[in-house]
Ligand binder design. Structure first.
Ligand SMILES: Cc1cc2nc3c(=O)[nH]c(=O)nc-3n(C[C@H](O)[C@H](O)[C@H](O)COP(=O)(O)OP(=O)(O)OC[C@H]3O[C@@H](n4cnc5c(N)ncnc54)[C@H](O)[C@@H]3O)c2cc1C
Ligand code: FES
Length: 330
């Protein structure tokens, strides 16, 4: 089993200095992606026992836990999630959803990264190695990366890192270049760079300017949008809404879909299909309060631009940003 990597607290020197200097050196590489990973279908969900392998607090109130759960890991993809039952003695009825933070199919392990905000997440922090929990997964629809994409831009706000973290591994494994823009309120909340693959270019923004760019992570998009073939984001709703607005205003000149190198590039595809999402410049992973997580209770609905309810647990949690009615007030 692979152990979790050691953590170091980030400093101004571990987080890459963002903005203009880095960006002016960037040019698009015109050659096609070296690795053309075939499109994979998400695996069907399973209910399985998962044994805690390791648990540690990586930032104040934020935990990283590794579970051995080979049945759940097989075929799981970045963007999907597990629905985890707390034990009988917790007194909690509903399962709790967590993104696959990392997936190691060889070791049969997955990690989750969570913040303690209530009784469920606090219950998980009391688990010890060897304890078992009951997990349902993999659930939801994953991120869809266009085979032509070479440059992958990840945008994470706070705990949103857990939603995009495994896509960094997938993209690097498939021979792509990855830049992660990460936003936090202050230096003490910045995701440790030691938990990222070395190949990732890591750019940090903090609200108070204590490390990296002083301001919102969304400020950084303008410096990277021309470099990126596709962008993938997870974080607070205002951040996703702002990114969706930026992407919409530049749609005609962004992304692999606009390259027109592939036959049928201009063809209309059914909204919400994996093919349509694969063409989107920006995909977002949404979080809503969940009940069943299998599409039955309608407790997690957001509205699409076509006026149709979309279940975050079934049609999502990943959507193309232009599928969502961001002003829908759901
Ligand atoms: C698809 C999906 C993936 C997720 N992945 C992660 C992850 O990787 N890491 C992580 O830390 N969290 C993640 N979450 C959120 C996580 O599920 C909740 O934080 C957790 O269920 C809270 O449980 P609790 O019992 O501790 O808090 P509760 O006592 O249930 O809630 C405490 C407070 O948090 C609010 N809350 C609970 N769940 C959510 C939610 N989903 N969105 C917004 N507010 C909420 C409640 O309204 C309440 O105010 C994810 C949610 C979804 C839907
Ligand atoms: S949580 Fe029940 S339908 Fe999504």
């Amino acid at each position: 089993m692979t152990a979790m990597p050691p953590t170091t607290t980030p400093t101004a020197t571990t987080a890459a200095e963002p903005t203009a200097r880095t960006v002016t050196t960037r040019t698009r590489d015109p050659s096609p992606a070296t690795a053309r990973a075939p499109a994979r279908s998400p695996a069907s969900m399973r209910l399985a026992g998962a044994e805690l392998v390791e648990s540690r607090e990586i930032l104040p109130g934020q935990w990283l836990q590794a579970f051995h759960a080979p049945e759940l890991v097989a075929g799981a993809r970045a963007g999907q999630f597990v629905h985890v039952r707390t034990g009988d003695y917790s007194g909690l009825v509903l399962r709790r959803p967590f993104s696959f933070n990392t997936i190691d199919p060889v070791a049969g392990t997955l990690t989750i990264h969570f913040r303690t905000i209530g009784r469920g997440t606090e219950w998980f922090t009391r688990l010890r190695p060897g304890d078992r929990v009951d997990m349902l997964g993999p659930l939801g629809r994953p991120f869809e990366v266009d085979p032509r994409t070479r440059h992958v831009l990840l945008v994470a706000g706070g705990l949103g890192i857990a939603g995009v973290r495994s896509l960094a591994d997938e993209a690097i494994r498939d021979g792509r270049h990855v830049t992660l823009l990460f936003g936090a309120s202050r230096a003490g909340d910045v995701y440790p760079s030691s938990l990222l693959p070395d190949e990732v270019e890591y750019v940090v923004a903090t609200d108070d300017g204590s490390v990296g760019h002083h301001g919102f992570v969304t400020d950084l998009l303008a410096d990277y949008e021309a470099w990126a073939d596709q962008a993938f984001a997870c974080g607070p709703l205002p951040m996703l809404r702002a990114l969706a607005g930026l992407a919409a205003s530049r749609r005609r000149r962004l992304g692999v879909a606009s390259l027109g190198r592939k036959r049928g590039a201009g063809r209309q595809l059914p909204a919400g299909s994996p093919q349509a999402r694969r063409r989107a410049f920006l995909q977002v992973s949404m979080e809503q309060n969940m009940g069943c997580a299998v599409g039955a209770c309608l407790g997690c609905v957001v509205m699409s631009t076509a006026g149709l309810p979309q279940r975050v647990c079934r049609e999502g949690p990943v959507f193309a940003s232009d599928e969502i009615d961001w002003e829908g007030g759901w």
